[in-house]
Ligand binder design. Structure first.
Ligand code: FMN
Length: 339
């Protein structure tokens, strides 16, 4: 299946809120939550996408004519591309009845691993979701990133035990999930974490730990102090707070402050291999892509994921070749301009 065929096949499969738009940019779903949109006015999602479109790539083809290399090295693993599928949870609530979280993660984790990248998996109030996600990661030889919500420390530790027993190569926590309506007023409580609490959690994990949901230099420095191996510059696709800047807007200042000291991943509105190139040029080491992978799974299951990864890889390689860079390490601020 081609990417376009998968997109067509997804029509009518994704519940009442997602419109399977040719470009997933937050306009048609805007402020639908439940659904794939964003909180409040929905501008968090729309702005994320729009700001990548204000970044342009600088062509330069006076260079050696040799193949480009997109190999991405992270924590003793090598991936074909600097791209992860982002964690997406509560599938039935947001995307209708076709897939449960368990089924979605099973397909996504396997298909990503088979196509040379890895998937993050979501967590939820239903404890079987995280368990099943860990099983999917185990079956994929540890090629997956279980993402735990900021529950109380005891529950977080239980989930870390599950992820480690599954051989997960790294563990993430979406610290910004403190802003999700469904996580409030729960027993045990979930919510924001102090640097001290994160230090305890990260040292307990003992494997690379990623803090997802960092949007300021201040937050990035706290993540570094807590001992995180990586951060994801992310506003949860606009789902946890309205009216915050786009990730493309805060990425350069965060990279200037902590780049080289901590691995920087970024997400939010990244849709093509060209967008991936731009994110790397603005200071990210790698990216996460969320909603488009959902469309690919609903339209073509494993084949859908394969088609999208192929498309992203081709676009990234083309852009690198046209901008005169041959490895990811060569992509820097000189490769792009903002208009
Ligand atoms: C329906 C939906 C559910 C999500 N669930 C989670 C989750 O469980 N954990 C998490 O860290 N992020 C979750 N996210 C946020 C994504 O991982 C990602 O940060 C966000 O969608 C931005 O990327 P995108 O614009 O490429 O989708 C969710 C996003 C959506 C749309």
């Amino acid at each position: 299946m081609t990417y376009e065929e998968v997109l067509q096949a997804a029509k009518g499969q994704m519940g009442p809120y997602c419109k399977q738009c040719p470009v997933c940019n937050g306009l048609a779903c805007k402020n639908t939550m439940p659904g794939p949109g964003a909180k409040g006015l929905g501008s968090g999602f729309i702005r994320n996408y729009a700001k990548w479109q204000e970044v342009f790539v600088n062509m330069d083809t006076i260079c050696e004519n040799r193949p480009v290399d997109t190999a991405f090295h992270l924590f003793d693993r090598t991936f074909d591309l600097p791209i992860f599928a982002a964690p997406i949870g509560a599938m039935k609530l947001h995307y209708g009845d076709k897939y449960s979280d368990l089924e979605y993660n099973e397909i996504l984790v396997r298909a990503c691993a088979e196509n040379g990248i890895a998937a993050f998996t979501g967590d939820g109030t239903d404890s079987t979701v995280f368990k099943a996600a860990c099983q999917a990661v185990e079956k994929a030889g540890g090629m997956g990133v279980p993402t735990v919500k900021p529950w109380n420390i005891e529950l977080v530790k239980e989930k870390i035990d599950l992820a480690k027993a599954a051989g997960a190569m790294m563990i993430a926590m979406d610290v910004d999930a403190a802003g999700l309506p469904f996580l409030q007023n729960l027993t045990p409580p979930a919510g924001s974490k102090t640097v001290e609490e994160l230090k305890e959690i990260i040292s307990y994990a003992g494997i690379p730990f990623i803090l997802k949901g960092i949007m300021t230099v201040k937050g990035a420095k706290k993540a570094l102090e807590a001992g995180a191996s990586a951060i994801v510059v992310s506003n949860h696709g606009g789902r946890v707070q309205d009216q915050c800047p786009a990730t493309a807007e805060v990425l350069p200042e965060i990279a200037a402050a902590v780049g080289g000291k901590i691995t920087i991943l970024a997400d939010g509105g990244i849709r093509s291999g060209v967008d991936v190139f731009k994110a790397l040029a603005l200071g990210a080491d790698g990216v996460l892509i969320g909603r488009p992978f959902v469309t690919m799974v609903y339209g073509g299951a494993e084949e859908g994921v394969a088609a999208y990864v192929k498309k992203l890889g081709t676009e990234l390689k083309d852009t690198m070749a046209m901008c005169g860079v041959h490895s990811l390490a060569e992509i820097n601020g000189d490769c792009v301009r903002k208009m």
